[in-house]
Design a protein around this ligand. Structure first.
Ligand code: DCP
Ligand code: MG
Length: 369
């Protein structure tokens, strides 16, 4: 009798234990921790309305009024007139993030930060809590509450995709586990808009195809998904079945660096935009300088947000003629080429560099945080 020997990876996907931890209303919760008089009130962390700021995040009390991240502060104030606007303090949030990571390190070294308040942990090999990932997540929630005085939500699942969906399931201050034997059933009812990367446009395309849940998505052949969505079609095919083999990447590489500026008033004249770019590019130069030993830039890019909030970007490969990375003239040219696409006054301009690590050895050493 012939024996079939499968070439399996050390740990099959269904055997991994992945946690996704995400702090609740992060910046706002930190501010409320620091300033008790703000507790229980609708607050938003961000820029002031009269300076055309945007909301970075807001307390759950403010969310009841419809206030959301990335909303113009003026609109947030219209929705919730008693909203208290608090200026962000990034150094403080970074410090809190370090405290989270200190706790995470008691469980695993395989930690992939997504932002200051969010991380994946691969706890497959952690012997704590009798090896139960759910108990580890509960313990982490308790420790953050006791040691950092904040609440976080946790998702527990056999892969990153499901762990991220799960951490959102019982948010705030919640935990949700999708055990390997429940995956097939769970994804059937999962709306496709919960899939990371499915924004408004993709959701609309899918809806037109009659796809609302992952059960619907499972019925679409791979060939059709590839035709409509390119490479992303393959990912849709897999996640619809609860499959996601992406490993935890402890050292995430920077892919780009950028600086953006929202102006107090829209700029109508192209010449004024070009002048403003010089300041933005100078700041980019300063920031890039700090990481210049580890990365080299391969492209320059600019971003324009018009009065009506539509936006455009343009990028161009950096030549080999030895020109400066942050040559203001090069960025000016990109703006001159990009601005006519919308040809309206602009509210925001940005400049950036796409990066590559200087050497392969660097790739394993450069940490985002
Ligand atoms: N953030 C931001 N701009 C955005 C979204 C978020 O500056 N458009 C910042 C502020 C948040 C932090 O990142 O506090 C974390 O983002 P989350 O999406 O996790 O949002 P919150 O932690 O604030 O809320 P939630 O309870 O939904 O996780
Ligand atoms: Mg959060």
């Amino acid at each position: 009798m012939a024996r079939i020997v499968a070439d399996l990876p050390a740990k099959a996907d269904t055997q991994r234990k992945i946690l996704h931890i995400d702090a609740d209303a992060f910046y706002a919760s930190v501010e409320m921790r620091e300033r008790p008089e703000l507790r229980g009130k609708p607050i938003a962390v961000g820029g002031k309305a009269n300076r055309r700021g945007v909301v970075a995040t807001c307390s759950y009390e403010a969310r009841k009024f419809g206030v959301r991240s990335a909303m113009a502060t003026s609109r947030a104030m219209a929705l919730c007139p008693e909203l208290i606007i608090v200026a962000p303090r990034f150094d403080l949030y970074k410090e809190v993030s370090r405290q989270f990571h200190q706790i995470f390190r008691d469980y695993t070294r395989l930690i992939e930060p997504l932002s200051l308040d969010e991380a994946f942990l691969d706890v497959s090999d952690c012997p704590r809590c009798c090896g139960s990932a759910t108990l580890m997540a509960e313990e982490i929630i308790q420790r953050v509450r006791k040691e950092v005085h904040l609440t976080v939500s946790a998702g527990v699942a056999p892969n990153k995709f499901l762990a991220k969906v799960a951490s959102d399931w019982n948010k705030p201050d919640g935990i949700f586990t999708i055990s390997p034997d429940k995956v097939a059933q769970f994804v059937l009812g999962l709306p496709v808009c919960k899939i990371n990367g499915v924004g408004k446009v993709t959701a609309k395309t899918l809806r037109k195809m009659g796809v609302v849940t992952c059960a619907d998505l499972q019925r679409v052949p791979l060939a059709e998904l590839l035709k409509r969505f390119g490479n992303y079609g393959k990912r849709l095919f897999e996640v619809a079945r609860g499959v996601d083999n992406r490993p935890i990447q402890p050292s995430r590489l920077r892919k780009s660096i950028s600086v953006e500026h929202t102006f107090p008033q829209d700029i109508a004249e192209l010449s004024t935009m070009l002048e403003a770019m010089d300041g933005i590019v100078a700041e980019l130069d300063r920031r890039f300088d700090k990481i210049a030993k580890s990365y080299f830039p391969v492209k320059r890019l600019v971003k324009i947000k018009y009065r009506d909030f539509s936006q455009t970007t343009r990028e161009k490969a950096i030549g080999t003629s030895g020109e400066r990375w942050c040559d203001p003239r090069q960025f000016r040219q990109l703006i001159e080429a990009a601005w006519p696409r919308g040809a309206q006054p602009v509210r925001l301009l940005g400049a950036g560099l796409r990066l590559q690590p200087c050497s392969p050895e660097d790739s394993s050493q450069i940490l985002l945080m």
